[in-house]
Design a protein around this ligand. Structure first.
Ligand code: CUA
Length: 144
């Protein structure tokens, strides 16, 4: 009987810890989950839009075997809204040295927001096998 109570209490405490970690990630660390937008027709042109000095919107097209735009230059501390889609097959989209790791899905748009705090060259690589040229599929974001 006592062992059951102990097990129940411990598992409740564990659940509370997990739930607090989710809240901590969302509100303290500002970690946002990528969103999959399915109810609109995906764009078919890549675009870079400068919204303000440190705010950008980039629409990426991932297609066999390149990402468009192939190179983007933004100033340091820019917050970027990234929309991503694919006209052919499923591709991966991983920005090296960040926690960004999403998929480009035909017929849908993947959205996420990321702030590039450190200057440098961020390579974007496809991490989902998409055909013969898969290993050459990359792009980069240069943070100045
Ligand atoms: Cu695109 Cu692998």
């Amino acid at each position: 009987m006592n062992a059951e109570k102990l097990a129940l209490s411990l598992s409740s405490i564990l659940l509370l810890i997990f739930f607090s970690l989710i809240l901590y990630g969302a509100y303290v660390r500002n970690i946002e989950l990528p969103t999959c937008i399915v109810n609109v027709k995906p764009f078919d042109k890549d675009t870079i839009i400068k919204i303000s000095e440190n705010k950008y919107e980039i629409r990426y097209i991932a297609r066999q075997f390149s990402f468009f735009p192939m190179e983007v230059r933004i100033p340091r501390n820019s917050t970027v809204d990234i929309y991503l889609t694919s006209p052919d097959v499923i591709h991966g989209f991983h920005i090296e040295n960040t926690n960004v790791n999403v998929m480009a899905i035909p017929g849908a748009i993947t959205y996420f927001r990321y702030t590039f705090k450190e200057p440098g060259e961020y390579r974007i690589v496809c991490h989902e096998y998409c055909g013969l040229g898969h290993q050459n599929m990359m792009s980069k974001i240069i943070v100045e």
